[in-house]
Design a protein around this ligand. Structure first.
Ligand SMILES: [Fe+2]
Length: 418
């Protein structure tokens, strides 16, 4: 392709808002590093918040080249505090991601923040040139709280690197956050990415492109802020997220409470119990070549539940919701999860489990065969994809399932187990 033609085509694509898709496609296809844009910006996209708590949150920033980074933050837009990531005396140096954990925050409090990044030209140990500091816009988020009777959250699942679906979801996520704000629901409700972000995990560029800079619907109000710069994304591991030669390197781009993929996350009246169902075939299956120990891992999480479910953040919650990728009940469900977790969760008065994996939206209420309700989200194809909106208001959990066109595909009201 002639250079002139390439430039013209690229400019047209940028104008149409396809820049992220192009970059992602390139990263997915060739695993190449990003380069700064023509205006010299080294930012890859909006920040992504992860691993929220009442007193902490992790800020991720996708970058387009070798750089160092930090976060400036505070309870007013004038910021005032600075957080760095230091390890062994070294500050960060990375070409794909900057990440900073903010700690010592106050619960139920709005914080403003911006990411600072400085490009680094590293020619040798004593030949390093630091470029001018660059800053993201100032964003804000609210820390989690154990208080309140109302709260909202969002769930997506099984996006499987489908860029059209990711772009559509960015619009629906922004619209849902607006609806929740209009309904005066507390801000900061997490978005659970409930497994199978990937088909399989192949390289760092692919992970960054999916988790840090997924496509954005440029014509959707609010979508330009990104999917998790104002409220956190909580990663829930799916069977495809533990597949691929690079699956053991996700943690550079993903943070979870305590670095574990099973956790309690409390948001207002809701205690979320996040569980990791692991692979979907027995460990002894030939395709894994003996590289998995998911049966022991599920048993380990069952033992952990004995303690976790006695945590006051769970016991005192008005509503308990389980988030796990592979369903607990019905076709395509996880036998190990039922065996090790289901009775413990039922005894702890769980209201519902939210899953994915089957690629078919389905709801089943509690009944003789299953002790709590189960909602399964849709699949990776745009026509099958779903955004699940959950709202707890007093004694009712309302789960609204929408398609990528925003149309409501189902509303399920579940009495909170109490
Ligand atoms: Fe799956």
């Amino acid at each position: 392709m002639q250079r002139r033609g390439f430039v013209a085509w690229t400019s047209a694509a940028l104008a149409a808002g396809f820049s992220l898709e192009l970059r992602q496609a390139r990263a997915l296809a060739r695993g190449v590093a990003e380069e700064p844009t023509k205006d010299g910006s080294i930012f890859g996209g909006p920040p992504v918040l992860q691993s929220p708590a009442s007193d902490a949150i992790t800020v991720f920033q996708g970058v387009r080249g070798l750089s160092t980074g930090w976060v400036e933050y505070g309870t007013t837009a004038s910021l005032g505090e600075r957080a760095d990531t230091m390890r062994h005396g070294l500050l960060p140096l990375n070409g794909l991601v900057q990440r900073v954990r903010l700690t010592g925050l106050k619960p139920d409090t709005t914080y403003h923040y911006r990411v600072g990044v400085a490009p680094i030209d590293f020619r040798g140990a004593y030949k390093i040139t630091r470029g001018p500091d660059q800053f993201s816009p100032v964003h804000s988020f609210r820390t989690l709280s154990d208080e309140g009777r109302r709260a909202s959250f969002l769930v997506i699942n099984d996006t499987h690197e489908n860029m059209e679906t990711l772009r559509g979801l960015s619009a629906q996520i922004a619209a849902a956050r607006r609806r929740h704000a209009d309904a005066s629901l507390p801000s900061g409700g997490p978005l659970f990415w409930n497994g199978d972000i990937f088909d399989d995990v192949r390289n760092d560029q692919q992970i960054a492109a999916n988790v840090l800079t997924p496509p954005i619907a440029v014509d959707a109000p609010g979508a330009e802020l990104g999917y998790a710069s104002q409220a956190p994304m909580c990663f829930v591991s799916g069977n495809h997220d533990v597949r691929g030669i690079h699956a053991r390197s996700l943690d550079m781009f993903v943070d979870t409470p305590g670095g574990l993929r099973y956790a309690i996350i409390r948001h207002g009246p809701i205690a979320f119990v996040v569980l990791d169902t692991g692979e979907d075939k027995p460990d002894a299956h030939g395709v894994y070549a003996g590289l998995g120990a998911f049966e022991a891992y599920r048993a380990q999480q069952g033992t952990w539940l004995d303690t976790a479910l006695r945590d006051p953040r769970v016991q005192r919650a008005a509503c308990r919701i389980v988030i796990q990728h592979i369903p607990m009940f019905g076709g395509g469900s996880c036998e190990g999860a039922r065996q090790h977790w289901a009775k413990r969760l039922a005894d702890a008065k769980v209201t519902a489990v939210i899953s994915g994996h089957t690629h078919h939206y389905a709801f089943s209420p509690a009944g003789p065969e299953q002790p709590f309700a189960q909602l399964v989200g849709g699949g990776p194809a745009p026509e099958a994809a779903t955004l699940i909106e959950g709202v707890v208001d007093g004694t009712t959990l309302t789960l609204t399932v929408r398609g990528l066109d925003g149309a409501v595909r189902g509303v399920h009201e579940v009495p909170v187990a109490g």
